[in-house]
Design a protein around this ligand. Sequence first.
Ligand code: NAD
Ligand code: 89V
Length: 379
Amino acid sequence: MVIKGLVIIAAVVLDQVQQRMHRRFALQMRGRLGGDMAKPFRGAVIGCGFFARNHLHAWREIPEAEIVAVCDIDAGRAEAMRADFAVPRAYADADMLFAQEQLDFVDIVTTMASHRSLVELAARHGVPTIVQKPLAPSWEDCLAIVRAAEAAGVPLMVHENFRFQAPMRAIRDVLASGRLGPLHFGRISFRSGHDVYANQPYLAREERFIILDLGIHLLDLARVFLGEVVNLDCVTQRVNAAIAGEDVATTLMRHASGATSLVDMSYATRQAREPFPETFVRLEGRDGTVELGDDYRLTSVTGGRVEETSVAPPLRPWAARPWHALQDSVYHAERHFIDALAAGRMPETSGADNLKTYALVLAAYESAARGAPVAPRGR
Ligand code: NAD
Ligand code: 89V
Protein backbone atom coordinates (compact mmCIF):
# COMPACT_ATOMS: atom_id res chain seq x y z
CA MET A 1 0.00 0.00 0.00
CA VAL A 2 2.79 2.42 1.11
CA ILE A 3 4.91 1.45 -1.95
CA LYS A 4 1.92 1.95 -4.28
CA GLY A 5 1.37 5.41 -2.72
CA LEU A 6 5.05 6.34 -3.17
CA VAL A 7 4.94 5.19 -6.82
CA ILE A 8 1.86 7.36 -7.47
CA ILE A 9 3.50 10.41 -5.79
CA ALA A 10 6.72 9.85 -7.82
CA ALA A 11 4.68 9.64 -11.06
CA VAL A 12 2.81 12.89 -10.24
CA VAL A 13 6.08 14.72 -9.38
CA LEU A 14 7.76 13.44 -12.60
CA ASP A 15 4.75 14.56 -14.62
CA GLN A 16 4.87 18.06 -13.08
CA VAL A 17 8.63 18.36 -13.71
CA GLN A 18 8.12 17.34 -17.35
CA GLN A 19 5.23 19.78 -17.82
CA ARG A 20 7.49 22.57 -16.45
CA MET A 21 10.28 21.54 -18.87
CA HIS A 22 7.86 21.64 -21.79
CA ARG A 23 6.63 25.09 -20.81
CA ARG A 24 10.27 26.22 -20.57
CA PHE A 25 10.78 24.83 -24.10
CA ALA A 26 7.80 26.72 -25.47
CA LEU A 27 9.20 29.94 -23.99
CA GLN A 28 12.73 29.23 -25.29
CA MET A 29 11.29 28.52 -28.70
CA ARG A 30 9.45 31.82 -28.65
CA GLY A 31 12.80 33.47 -27.77
CA ARG A 32 14.59 31.65 -30.58
CA LEU A 33 11.96 32.84 -32.99
CA GLY A 34 12.54 36.45 -31.92
CA GLY A 35 9.27 36.54 -29.97
CA ASP A 36 7.30 36.23 -33.19
CA MET A 37 4.94 33.27 -32.81
CA ALA A 38 3.66 33.88 -36.35
CA LYS A 39 6.92 32.38 -37.66
CA PRO A 40 6.66 28.64 -38.25
CA PHE A 41 8.63 26.05 -36.28
CA ARG A 42 11.60 24.91 -38.36
CA GLY A 43 11.68 21.13 -38.67
CA ALA A 44 13.61 18.35 -40.40
CA VAL A 45 12.45 14.90 -41.46
CA ILE A 46 14.98 12.08 -40.99
CA GLY A 47 14.27 8.96 -43.06
CA CYS A 48 12.99 9.38 -46.62
CA GLY A 49 11.53 5.94 -47.26
CA PHE A 50 8.02 4.60 -47.88
CA PHE A 51 6.07 6.22 -45.05
CA ALA A 52 7.97 9.54 -44.85
CA ARG A 53 6.13 10.75 -47.94
CA ASN A 54 2.90 10.88 -45.88
CA HIS A 55 4.70 12.84 -43.16
CA LEU A 56 5.93 15.41 -45.66
CA HIS A 57 2.51 15.82 -47.24
CA ALA A 58 0.95 16.32 -43.81
CA TRP A 59 3.59 18.85 -42.68
CA ARG A 60 2.67 20.95 -45.72
CA GLU A 61 -0.84 21.26 -44.31
CA ILE A 62 0.36 22.70 -41.00
CA PRO A 63 1.15 26.39 -41.40
CA GLU A 64 2.92 26.60 -38.01
CA ALA A 65 5.57 24.15 -39.24
CA GLU A 66 8.08 24.42 -42.06
CA ILE A 67 10.30 21.53 -43.14
CA VAL A 68 13.68 23.11 -43.88
CA ALA A 69 15.67 19.91 -44.43
CA VAL A 70 15.35 16.19 -45.09
CA CYS A 71 17.93 13.54 -44.28
CA ASP A 72 18.55 9.92 -45.29
CA ILE A 73 21.71 7.79 -45.26
CA ASP A 74 20.67 6.98 -48.82
CA ALA A 75 21.63 10.31 -50.42
CA GLY A 76 19.56 9.58 -53.54
CA ARG A 77 16.40 9.13 -51.47
CA ALA A 78 17.07 12.32 -49.51
CA GLU A 79 17.59 14.31 -52.71
CA ALA A 80 14.49 12.84 -54.37
CA MET A 81 12.37 13.78 -51.36
CA ARG A 82 13.91 17.27 -51.25
CA ALA A 83 13.02 17.81 -54.89
CA ASP A 84 9.51 16.32 -54.67
CA PHE A 85 8.53 18.49 -51.71
CA ALA A 86 10.61 21.59 -52.54
CA VAL A 87 12.49 21.31 -49.24
CA PRO A 88 15.48 23.71 -49.11
CA ARG A 89 18.24 21.25 -48.13
CA ALA A 90 18.99 17.50 -48.11
CA TYR A 91 21.56 15.65 -45.94
CA ALA A 92 22.96 12.12 -46.00
CA ASP A 93 24.22 12.33 -42.41
CA ALA A 94 22.17 13.25 -39.34
CA ASP A 95 25.24 14.67 -37.51
CA MET A 96 25.69 17.15 -40.38
CA LEU A 97 21.99 17.99 -40.31
CA PHE A 98 22.09 18.96 -36.63
CA ALA A 99 25.42 20.75 -37.00
CA GLN A 100 24.25 22.92 -39.88
CA GLU A 101 20.55 23.58 -39.22
CA GLN A 102 18.84 25.62 -36.50
CA LEU A 103 15.96 23.25 -35.79
CA ASP A 104 12.90 23.70 -33.59
CA PHE A 105 11.90 20.04 -34.02
CA VAL A 106 12.83 16.84 -35.81
CA ASP A 107 10.55 14.12 -37.19
CA ILE A 108 12.24 10.69 -37.24
CA VAL A 109 10.69 8.33 -39.82
CA THR A 110 13.40 5.68 -40.01
CA THR A 111 12.80 2.06 -38.96
CA MET A 112 13.25 1.25 -35.28
CA ALA A 113 16.91 0.12 -35.31
CA SER A 114 18.13 3.72 -35.75
CA HIS A 115 15.66 5.42 -33.39
CA ARG A 116 17.85 5.29 -30.28
CA SER A 117 20.94 6.87 -31.83
CA LEU A 118 18.86 9.51 -33.64
CA VAL A 119 16.76 10.50 -30.61
CA GLU A 120 19.90 10.65 -28.46
CA LEU A 121 21.50 12.89 -31.11
CA ALA A 122 18.44 15.17 -31.15
CA ALA A 123 18.47 15.28 -27.33
CA ARG A 124 22.18 16.27 -27.32
CA HIS A 125 21.25 19.17 -29.60
CA GLY A 126 18.21 20.04 -27.43
CA VAL A 127 15.77 19.53 -30.33
CA PRO A 128 12.15 18.42 -29.59
CA THR A 129 11.43 15.14 -31.33
CA ILE A 130 8.59 13.12 -32.81
CA VAL A 131 9.61 9.56 -33.67
CA GLN A 132 7.75 6.77 -35.47
CA LYS A 133 6.62 3.59 -33.75
CA PRO A 134 7.82 1.04 -32.72
CA LEU A 135 10.05 3.07 -30.44
CA ALA A 136 12.96 0.59 -30.58
CA PRO A 137 13.75 -3.13 -30.93
CA SER A 138 14.26 -3.69 -27.16
CA TRP A 139 12.93 -2.43 -23.81
CA GLU A 140 16.45 -1.26 -22.87
CA ASP A 141 16.62 0.90 -26.01
CA CYS A 142 13.12 2.28 -25.38
CA LEU A 143 14.06 3.24 -21.82
CA ALA A 144 17.31 4.84 -23.02
CA ILE A 145 15.38 6.90 -25.60
CA VAL A 146 12.85 8.18 -23.07
CA ARG A 147 15.55 8.90 -20.49
CA ALA A 148 17.73 10.77 -23.02
CA ALA A 149 14.86 13.11 -23.88
CA GLU A 150 13.90 13.57 -20.22
CA ALA A 151 17.51 14.24 -19.15
CA ALA A 152 17.85 16.86 -21.89
CA GLY A 153 14.43 18.30 -21.01
CA VAL A 154 13.24 18.02 -24.62
CA PRO A 155 9.68 17.03 -25.54
CA LEU A 156 9.45 13.56 -27.10
CA MET A 157 6.33 12.29 -28.87
CA VAL A 158 5.91 8.84 -30.38
CA HIS A 159 4.05 8.90 -33.69
CA GLU A 160 1.37 6.49 -32.43
CA ASN A 161 -1.24 7.52 -34.98
CA PHE A 162 -4.05 4.95 -34.64
CA ARG A 163 -5.61 6.82 -31.71
CA PHE A 164 -5.64 9.94 -33.94
CA GLN A 165 -7.73 8.22 -36.66
CA ALA A 166 -11.12 9.89 -37.29
CA PRO A 167 -13.18 6.81 -36.23
CA MET A 168 -11.12 6.35 -33.04
CA ARG A 169 -11.57 10.01 -32.14
CA ALA A 170 -15.33 9.57 -32.70
CA ILE A 171 -15.34 6.59 -30.32
CA ARG A 172 -13.44 8.61 -27.74
CA ASP A 173 -16.14 11.30 -28.02
CA VAL A 174 -18.84 8.70 -27.31
CA LEU A 175 -16.88 7.45 -24.27
CA ALA A 176 -16.30 11.02 -23.03
CA SER A 177 -20.06 11.68 -23.19
CA GLY A 178 -20.49 9.03 -20.46
CA ARG A 179 -23.48 7.51 -22.31
CA LEU A 180 -22.12 3.94 -22.15
CA GLY A 181 -21.52 3.97 -18.39
CA PRO A 182 -18.53 2.01 -17.05
CA LEU A 183 -17.13 -0.38 -19.67
CA HIS A 184 -16.89 -4.10 -18.93
CA PHE A 185 -15.77 -5.47 -22.34
CA GLY A 186 -13.89 -4.42 -25.45
CA ARG A 187 -12.85 -6.02 -28.70
CA ILE A 188 -10.35 -4.50 -31.11
CA SER A 189 -9.84 -6.47 -34.29
CA PHE A 190 -7.67 -6.07 -37.41
CA ARG A 191 -7.80 -9.03 -39.81
CA SER A 192 -6.47 -8.65 -43.33
CA GLY A 193 -4.88 -10.45 -46.26
CA HIS A 194 -3.27 -7.25 -47.58
CA ASP A 195 0.25 -7.71 -48.98
CA VAL A 196 1.87 -5.47 -46.38
CA TYR A 197 5.34 -6.74 -47.41
CA ALA A 198 5.13 -5.05 -50.83
CA ASN A 199 5.67 -1.55 -49.41
CA GLN A 200 7.48 -2.63 -46.26
CA PRO A 201 9.71 -5.60 -47.23
CA TYR A 202 11.64 -5.43 -43.92
CA LEU A 203 8.50 -6.67 -42.12
CA ALA A 204 8.92 -10.13 -43.68
CA ARG A 205 12.37 -10.43 -42.04
CA GLU A 206 11.35 -9.44 -38.49
CA GLU A 207 11.31 -12.33 -36.01
CA ARG A 208 8.78 -10.33 -34.02
CA PHE A 209 6.35 -9.09 -36.63
CA ILE A 210 2.63 -8.50 -36.27
CA ILE A 211 2.41 -7.61 -32.57
CA LEU A 212 5.37 -5.24 -32.72
CA ASP A 213 4.43 -3.60 -36.02
CA LEU A 214 0.62 -3.54 -35.98
CA GLY A 215 -0.52 -4.94 -32.63
CA ILE A 216 1.28 -2.05 -30.94
CA HIS A 217 -1.40 0.28 -32.40
CA LEU A 218 -4.26 -1.98 -31.28
CA LEU A 219 -2.86 -2.47 -27.77
CA ASP A 220 -2.50 1.30 -27.55
CA LEU A 221 -6.18 1.69 -28.51
CA ALA A 222 -7.14 -0.80 -25.79
CA ARG A 223 -5.33 1.39 -23.24
CA VAL A 224 -7.02 4.52 -24.59
CA PHE A 225 -10.52 3.00 -24.46
CA LEU A 226 -10.35 0.73 -21.40
CA GLY A 227 -7.41 1.95 -19.32
CA GLU A 228 -4.24 0.28 -18.10
CA VAL A 229 -3.79 -3.48 -18.21
CA VAL A 230 -3.16 -5.76 -15.23
CA ASN A 231 -2.18 -8.84 -17.24
CA LEU A 232 -2.65 -10.52 -20.59
CA ASP A 233 -2.67 -13.88 -22.33
CA CYS A 234 -1.52 -14.15 -25.92
CA VAL A 235 -1.31 -16.89 -28.55
CA THR A 236 0.66 -16.32 -31.75
CA GLN A 237 0.70 -18.21 -35.08
CA ARG A 238 2.72 -18.06 -38.27
CA VAL A 239 0.50 -18.91 -41.26
CA ASN A 240 2.69 -17.51 -44.03
CA ALA A 241 5.73 -19.80 -44.09
CA ALA A 242 7.69 -17.29 -46.21
CA ILE A 243 8.09 -14.75 -43.40
CA ALA A 244 10.24 -14.87 -40.24
CA GLY A 245 7.76 -13.80 -37.58
CA GLU A 246 4.19 -14.35 -36.41
CA ASP A 247 1.41 -13.04 -38.66
CA VAL A 248 -1.57 -13.88 -36.41
CA ALA A 249 -1.99 -13.06 -32.72
CA THR A 250 -4.89 -13.27 -30.27
CA THR A 251 -4.76 -11.49 -26.92
CA LEU A 252 -7.04 -11.49 -23.87
CA MET A 253 -6.44 -8.65 -21.43
CA ARG A 254 -7.63 -7.85 -17.93
CA HIS A 255 -7.79 -4.11 -17.22
CA ALA A 256 -7.30 -2.38 -13.87
CA SER A 257 -10.92 -1.18 -14.11
CA GLY A 258 -12.14 -4.81 -14.06
CA ALA A 259 -12.98 -4.76 -17.81
CA THR A 260 -11.70 -7.46 -20.16
CA SER A 261 -10.69 -7.01 -23.77
CA LEU A 262 -9.84 -9.11 -26.80
CA VAL A 263 -7.29 -7.76 -29.25
CA ASP A 264 -6.89 -9.91 -32.36
CA MET A 265 -4.85 -9.30 -35.47
CA SER A 266 -3.98 -11.13 -38.67
CA TYR A 267 -2.22 -10.60 -41.99
CA ALA A 268 -3.27 -14.11 -43.09
CA THR A 269 -7.02 -13.64 -43.49
CA ARG A 270 -8.61 -14.28 -46.91
CA GLN A 271 -12.16 -12.92 -46.92
CA ALA A 272 -14.89 -11.63 -49.24
CA ARG A 273 -14.09 -7.95 -48.66
CA GLU A 274 -10.50 -6.88 -47.94
CA PRO A 275 -10.85 -4.23 -45.21
CA PHE A 276 -7.21 -3.06 -44.89
CA PRO A 277 -6.47 -0.91 -42.89
CA GLU A 278 -9.85 -0.81 -41.12
CA THR A 279 -9.80 -1.62 -37.41
CA PHE A 280 -13.04 -2.95 -35.92
CA VAL A 281 -14.01 -1.98 -32.39
CA ARG A 282 -16.75 -3.04 -29.99
CA LEU A 283 -17.06 -1.55 -26.51
CA GLU A 284 -19.75 -2.65 -24.08
CA GLY A 285 -20.72 -0.58 -21.06
CA ARG A 286 -23.32 -0.88 -18.32
CA ASP A 287 -25.66 1.47 -20.22
CA GLY A 288 -24.86 0.77 -23.86
CA THR A 289 -22.59 -0.42 -26.63
CA VAL A 290 -20.62 1.28 -29.37
CA GLU A 291 -19.47 -0.60 -32.44
CA LEU A 292 -17.23 0.45 -35.35
CA GLY A 293 -18.07 -1.80 -38.29
CA ASP A 294 -17.54 -2.12 -42.04
CA ASP A 295 -16.87 1.07 -44.02
CA TYR A 296 -16.43 3.17 -40.90
CA ARG A 297 -20.06 2.86 -39.71
CA LEU A 298 -20.37 3.70 -36.03
CA THR A 299 -23.39 2.31 -34.20
CA SER A 300 -24.16 3.25 -30.63
CA VAL A 301 -26.94 1.84 -28.52
CA THR A 302 -27.85 3.69 -25.34
CA GLY A 303 -31.11 3.90 -23.41
CA GLY A 304 -32.82 1.73 -26.06
CA ARG A 305 -31.89 4.28 -28.76
CA VAL A 306 -29.86 3.17 -31.78
CA GLU A 307 -27.75 5.79 -33.58
CA GLU A 308 -25.80 5.02 -36.73
CA THR A 309 -23.34 7.47 -38.29
CA SER A 310 -20.50 7.43 -40.76
CA VAL A 311 -17.15 8.26 -39.19
CA ALA A 312 -15.23 7.77 -42.44
CA PRO A 313 -11.95 9.68 -42.54
CA PRO A 314 -11.68 12.48 -45.09
CA LEU A 315 -9.72 11.81 -48.27
CA ARG A 316 -7.01 14.49 -48.00
CA PRO A 317 -5.98 15.94 -51.40
CA TRP A 318 -2.69 14.00 -51.39
CA ALA A 319 -4.13 10.76 -49.97
CA ALA A 320 -5.16 7.53 -51.72
CA ARG A 321 -7.56 4.76 -50.72
CA PRO A 322 -7.30 2.51 -48.78
CA TRP A 323 -4.44 4.26 -46.92
CA HIS A 324 -6.43 7.48 -46.43
CA ALA A 325 -7.48 6.63 -42.85
CA LEU A 326 -3.83 6.34 -41.81
CA GLN A 327 -2.78 9.31 -43.92
CA ASP A 328 -5.40 11.49 -42.22
CA SER A 329 -4.19 10.27 -38.82
CA VAL A 330 -0.61 11.27 -39.70
CA TYR A 331 -1.86 14.83 -40.18
CA HIS A 332 -3.64 14.75 -36.79
CA ALA A 333 -0.61 13.28 -35.00
CA GLU A 334 1.65 16.01 -36.41
CA ARG A 335 -0.95 18.67 -35.63
CA HIS A 336 -1.07 17.41 -32.02
CA PHE A 337 2.74 17.54 -31.75
CA ILE A 338 2.92 21.13 -32.96
CA ASP A 339 -0.01 22.24 -30.76
CA ALA A 340 1.67 20.61 -27.74
CA LEU A 341 5.00 22.23 -28.60
CA ALA A 342 3.46 25.68 -29.00
CA ALA A 343 1.52 25.37 -25.75
CA GLY A 344 4.38 23.80 -23.75
CA ARG A 345 2.15 20.79 -23.07
CA MET A 346 3.16 17.14 -22.92
CA PRO A 347 2.01 15.38 -26.13
CA GLU A 348 -0.57 12.69 -25.43
CA THR A 349 1.65 9.93 -26.87
CA SER A 350 4.79 11.05 -25.04
CA GLY A 351 7.74 8.68 -24.73
CA ALA A 352 6.67 7.88 -21.16
CA ASP A 353 3.12 7.07 -22.29
CA ASN A 354 4.34 4.91 -25.13
CA LEU A 355 6.46 2.79 -22.77
CA LYS A 356 3.17 1.53 -21.30
CA THR A 357 2.01 0.41 -24.75
CA TYR A 358 5.41 -1.11 -25.55
CA ALA A 359 5.24 -3.05 -22.25
CA LEU A 360 2.03 -4.70 -23.52
CA VAL A 361 3.81 -5.78 -26.70
CA LEU A 362 6.58 -7.42 -24.68
CA ALA A 363 4.06 -9.02 -22.31
CA ALA A 364 2.24 -10.47 -25.34
CA TYR A 365 5.41 -12.09 -26.71
CA GLU A 366 6.36 -13.39 -23.27
CA SER A 367 2.88 -14.81 -22.69
CA ALA A 368 2.93 -16.52 -26.10
CA ALA A 369 6.32 -18.08 -25.33
CA ARG A 370 5.38 -19.21 -21.79
CA GLY A 371 1.76 -20.12 -22.41
CA ALA A 372 0.77 -18.17 -19.28
CA PRO A 373 -0.64 -14.75 -18.38
CA VAL A 374 1.98 -12.00 -18.02
CA ALA A 375 1.79 -8.63 -16.24
CA PRO A 376 3.24 -5.70 -18.24
CA ARG A 377 6.46 -4.32 -16.78
CA GLY A 378 6.85 -0.75 -15.50
CA ARG A 379 9.82 1.51 -16.08
P1 NAD B 1 11.67 2.51 -45.05
O1 NAD B 1 12.67 1.42 -44.87
O2 NAD B 1 10.91 2.57 -46.31
O3 NAD B 1 12.36 3.93 -44.84
C1 NAD B 1 13.27 4.18 -43.80
C2 NAD B 1 14.35 5.12 -44.34
O4 NAD B 1 15.19 5.50 -43.24
C3 NAD B 1 15.25 4.48 -45.40
O5 NAD B 1 15.24 5.29 -46.56
C4 NAD B 1 16.63 4.43 -44.75
O6 NAD B 1 17.70 4.64 -45.66
C5 NAD B 1 16.52 5.59 -43.75
N1 NAD B 1 17.46 5.50 -42.61
C6 NAD B 1 17.75 4.41 -41.86
N2 NAD B 1 18.66 4.75 -40.90
C7 NAD B 1 18.89 6.07 -41.04
C8 NAD B 1 19.73 7.00 -40.33
N3 NAD B 1 20.47 6.64 -39.29
N4 NAD B 1 19.74 8.29 -40.75
C9 NAD B 1 18.99 8.68 -41.81
N5 NAD B 1 18.20 7.84 -42.53
C10 NAD B 1 18.15 6.56 -42.13
O7 NAD B 1 10.69 2.39 -43.79
P2 NAD B 1 9.16 2.88 -43.72
O8 NAD B 1 8.28 1.81 -44.20
O9 NAD B 1 9.05 4.25 -44.27
O10 NAD B 1 8.95 2.93 -42.12
C11 NAD B 1 9.55 3.91 -41.35
C12 NAD B 1 8.94 3.87 -39.95
O11 NAD B 1 7.57 4.21 -40.05
C13 NAD B 1 8.97 2.48 -39.29
O12 NAD B 1 9.27 2.64 -37.92
C14 NAD B 1 7.57 1.94 -39.48
O13 NAD B 1 7.15 1.05 -38.46
C15 NAD B 1 6.76 3.21 -39.42
N6 NAD B 1 5.47 3.14 -40.10
C16 NAD B 1 4.41 3.61 -39.44
C17 NAD B 1 3.16 3.57 -40.02
C18 NAD B 1 2.01 4.13 -39.24
O14 NAD B 1 0.88 4.11 -39.69
N7 NAD B 1 2.27 4.65 -38.05
C19 NAD B 1 2.98 3.03 -41.29
C20 NAD B 1 4.10 2.58 -41.96
C21 NAD B 1 5.36 2.64 -41.37
O1 89V C 1 1.12 1.14 -39.02
C1 89V C 1 2.04 0.49 -39.45
O2 89V C 1 3.05 0.46 -38.85
C2 89V C 1 1.98 -0.21 -40.77
C3 89V C 1 0.73 -0.97 -41.08
C4 89V C 1 -0.56 -0.37 -40.66
C5 89V C 1 0.70 -1.19 -42.57
O3 89V C 1 0.86 -2.20 -40.42
O4 89V C 1 3.09 -1.06 -40.86
